[in-house]
Design a protein around this ligand. Structure first.
Ligand code: SF4
Length: 62
């Protein structure tokens, strides 16, 4: 699932079930109900995508 846009997204939270299955939870879905909590993968385009790397860079410069 590496090719999905969600992997580099600020809003992603990984959820691992008791059986070891991995789910990608979109936290943006909590503020905007148009986005599914568990978006069908892979995601190639998303209007709410925000780069997690950019956010890390901003935090380092604080
Ligand atoms: S906002 Fe879009 S790209 Fe980001 S985790 Fe949610 S569905 Fe994936």
């Amino acid at each position: 699932m590496n090719q999905t846009l969600c992997n580099g997204c600020l809003h992603l939270r990984e959820v691992v079930s008791g059986k070891g299955s991995r789910f990608l939870l979109c936290q943006f879905s909590m503020q905007d109900k148009r986005f599914p909590k568990y978006p069908p993968q892979p995601v190639f385009r998303c209007a709410a995508f925000e780069s997690a790397e950019q956010d890390n860079a901003e935090q380092k410069s604080d």
